[in-house]
Design a protein around this ligand. Structure first.
Ligand SMILES: Cc1cc2nc3c(=O)[nH]c(=O)nc-3n(C[C@H](O)[C@H](O)[C@H](O)COP(=O)(O)OP(=O)(O)OC[C@H]3O[C@@H](n4cnc5c(N)ncnc54)[C@H](O)[C@@H]3O)c2cc1C
Ligand code: FES
Length: 337
């Protein structure tokens, strides 16, 4: 079916059963997306003409009212005939090629009781071109896949770095903590997602992470430190305890040695003697910036934090289109375990 993107006027065809997003990515048109699961709402856009059918999605990503008003989740919407959609294409991603590659786990490093850092080595002569903030999907058996943000900046990509939090009962994170050994072989697809700094703005940026949401922020900050971009970056990192700020010293060093970088750690269960900020990370942000009108916020971490932040930040003047996020949604497996 023919899809036309407005306002660019770009056109492409979807194969039978293919979603608007899948076909767009195949054809090199980069629409905003994150989970590709119908859970996060990043790919939401307007159907200006024509009709679509939706595969499985979550009500928090697209409400009935939004659907009735002509909005759709492009990662789940399959055109029933020719359609015209409204979407903002992201030019900066146009040269990024999504690859499927094998890799070897070169090193495993426990950063906290429940966070493992994996360094992944690509085959010789292979390099992954990506934008700081993007993620990869580790490909498991039976079509299962798990997403992990790349935690190092592009260009330092001889080894790719990911941070895996141990989820109780989790298939892949359980394997990482209980069975995986260095030199293990994995396969992944990537780079994926559109969680990277947009290059068409010079507004000061607030980076808001919770838990392993720190991983893509690390890539973004390290890319800034390597001399790419001059926008001031204020990183807020929310966690439960001090031990959960698993690279706190590194973040302190960034802020101490580079003026455009600021770092504010926020603990929801602070230890006695903690003199830093307490509570939830999004509350610390709005306490410091009661008017967010002139800023952009990039947030990553548990879906609960993203949902809580979305409305709160808009209530404090953040234009909805200035809120970029990667919600670490659970995967929807093709078949039950
Ligand atoms: C764009 C993106 C980036 C991500 N980046 C990272 C990252 O950098 N680091 C990181 O640690 N994680 C990241 N994640 C999350 C990660 O992909 C996995 O979801 C997570 O590691 C759990 O996988 P698992 O196989 O261990 O657990 P699973 O086998 O998927 O299940 C986890 C447990 O949670 C339960 N569960 C399943 N679905 C739900 C649900 N909807 N709500 C509540 N409980 C549920 C299951 O019953 C099970 O017990 C990211 C996710 C996305 C979408
Ligand atoms: S809901 Fe479509 S990308 Fe997350």
């Amino acid at each position: 079916m023919k899809v036309r993107i407005e306002p660019s006027g770009h056109e492409y065809e979807t194969a039978p059963g293919e979603t608007i997003l899948e076909a767009a990515l195949r054809e090199g048109f980069h629409l905003p997306y994150s989970c590709r699961n119908g859970a996060c709402g990043t790919c939401k856009g307007r159907i200006m003409a024509g009709t679509v059918t939706h595969g499985r999605y979550e009500g928090k990503a697209l409400s009935e009212t939004e659907k009735a008003a002509g909005l759709a989740l492009f990662c789940r919407a399959v055109p029933s005939g020719p359609v015209v959609i409204e979407a903002r294409e992201i030019g900066i991603a146009k040269d990024i090629i999504i690859k499927t590659l094998p890799c070897r786990v070169a090193r495993m490093e426990k950063l906290a009781a429940d966070v493992m850092r994996l360094f992944l080595k690509l085959p010789q002569n292979e390099r992954l071109q990506y934008l700081a903030g993007q993620y990869i999907d580790i490909l498991l058996k039976d079509g299962r896949r798990r997403s992990y943000s790349l935690a190092n900046a592009p260009g330092q990509d001889e080894l790719l770095e990911i941070h895996v939090r141990h989820v109780p009962g989790g298939l892949f994170s359980g394997h990482v903590f209980n069975a995986m050994q260095e030199r293990a072989l994995l396969r992944f697809e990537g780079p994926l997602g559109t969680f990277f700094l947009r290059d068409d703005s010079d507004k000061p940026v607030i980076l808001m992470a919770a838990g392993t949401g720190f991983a893509p922020m690390k890539a973004i900050v390290e890319q800034a430190l390597a001399g790419h971009g001059r926008r001031p970056l204020h990183l807020y990192w929310g966690a439960r305890t001090r031990a959960d700020l698993y690279l706190h010293d590194l973040a302190c060093t960034w802020a101490a040695t580079h003026e455009p970088i600021q770092y504010t750690p926020v603990l929801s269960r602070p230890p006695t003697g903690w003199t830093g900020r307490t509570g939830y990370v999004q509350e610390a942000v709005v306490a410091d910036f009661p008017d967010l009108a002139g800023r952009e916020v990039y947030a990553s971490g548990p879906p609960k934090m993203i949902t809580a932040a979305k409305q709160l930040l808009v209530d404090h003047g953040l234009p909805p289109e200035a809120f970029y996020y990667d919600a670490f949604e659970y995967a929807q497996d093709p078949t039950p375990l």
